[in-house]
Design a protein around this ligand. Structure first.
Ligand code: MTE
Ligand code: MO
Length: 376
């Protein structure tokens, strides 16, 4: 296995991404599309799909690659890509992937979060994934009694982990065998790009992106959650006064299912607009087994709200588009959006109420400041 360096001639861009990606870091590569690139479409094209990496991007020789399935199983397996295609039924999954750090920028406005990138609302994207069900592969291996979790291991060593270690994580067995989790080799009808986990990655729909482990090498049935840094230490909600460099494994609340969230994608506030009727559009996403039931927009900071037109999800695992025409007054206007989900829950008003030391799961009301042409 070799590692692909940012800026190498192998790939344009260097990761095949659009020129106007917001690049938070080049090494490891972390980038999100601008708001307008996600607006008014359910599917995100591969050039616009965000990418979140904790270490160098591996370039894996797909012919030499093998997936190991081991741990508490009757029959440990070693599978090539060909084996996966031949032995298991091919499945399609239309799913949104969302990073737990999506919209962290709003938390950084409250208080600094050293070492963590200021993601906007673009650390989430949606694609058609092609592969096989994790449930089918686990059934072939025969999960033994006593297994409660399924751990995923990858080869990319993260210098950000303490100590540095390959990326990994786990999900509960119940989710793993639910028939919802895919081992994917295709994205948007094409083979997975290196940056998205070629030759094979996990897609855990409705759960934080960190569980959708890329460059998957090993699937292990086990009694306990993964002890990998990114499961046991990072991707946890710590109390506001905790020092993340001092908290040990198992502190805080481990993140799993994604919380209700929404974002305003267009207009993005970048250019002045004529006053008058203006379409506001965005996404809302409820994660796991919920859907978005209502989307409210306010022009007066949340005193009064109007209901946006909200699309049904295209699959149980996708974000939902919404839009509304508002009468934009002359001058500056802060547009606010909040979603309600199918359990009747809505989003918190302020990022200050949910600030946490690693900056995860900001699902406070989204706000965009619009200004009109000719404003004083
Ligand atoms: N091996 C590996 N898998 C990984 C990561 C990683 O750094 N290494 N990042 C995770 C995180 S935090 C997210 S949000 C998603 C991002 O997937 P994407 O880069 O395809 O958008 O991949 C997850 N899988
Ligand atoms: Mo993430």
């Amino acid at each position: 296995m070799e590692f692909v360096r940012a800026g190498s001639a192998r790939d344009m861009g260097p990761w095949g991404k659009r020129d106007d990606m917001v690049v938070h870091r080049r090494e490891p590569f972390n980038a999100e599309p601008p708001r307008h690139a996600l607006a008014r479409r359910v599917l995100t094209d591969p050039e616009s799909f965000y990418s979140r990496n904790h270490g160098p991007i591996p370039h894996i020789d797909a012919r030499a690659w093998r997936l190991r399935v081991d741990g508490l199983v009757e029959r440990p397996l070693t599978l090539s890509l060909g084996d996966l295609r031949e032995r298991f039924a091919e499945r399609q999954l239309l799913a949104t992937v969302q990073c737990a750090g999506n919209r962290r920028a709003g938390l950084l406005d409250v208080r600094d979060i050293p070492g963590e990138d200021p993601w906007g609302p673009g650390a989430t994207s949606t694609a058609h994934w092609t592969g096989v069900l994790l449930a089918d592969v686990l059934a072939a291996a025969g999960v033994r009694p006593g297994a409660r979790h399924v751990a995923f291991a990858a080869p990319d060593v993260s210098p950000l982990a303490d100590p540095p270690q390959p990326f990994g994580g786990s999900i509960p067995l119940a989710k793993a065998i639910s028939g919802e989790v895919l081992l994917a080799w295709g994205m948007g009808g094409r083979p997975l790009h290196d940056v998205h986990g070629a030759p094979l990655r996990v897609i855990v729909p409705g759960w934080i992106g960190a569980r959708s482990v890329k460059w998957l090498e090993r699937v292990t049935a086990q009694a306990e959650p993964s002890s990998n840094y990114f499961q046991a230490v990072a991707y946890r909600i710590l109390p506001p006064d905790a020092d993340p460099s001092r908290t040990g494994p198992e502190a805080g609340i481990p993140l799993g299912p994604v919380g209700l969230n929404c974002a305003i994608l267009a207009p993005d506030g970048g250019t002045p607009l004529p006053p008058g009727p203006t379409q506001i559009a965005g996404y809302a996403y409820a994660g796991e087994d919920r859907t978005v039931a209502r989307l409210d927009v306010s022009l007066d900071g949340g005193r009064t709200w109007a209901q946006a037109q909200l699309d049904a999800p295209l699959s149980p695992w996708t974000w939902q588009e919404w839009r509304i025409i508002v009468d934009l007054p002359a001058g500056d206007t802060v547009v606010t959006a909040r979603a309600w989900d199918s359990t009747g829950v809505t989003q918190p008003e302020s990022p200050a109420t949910l600030w946490n030391p690693k900056g995860y799961a900001n699902n406070s009301w989204d706000r965009v400041r619009l200004t009109t042409t000719g404003a004083q």
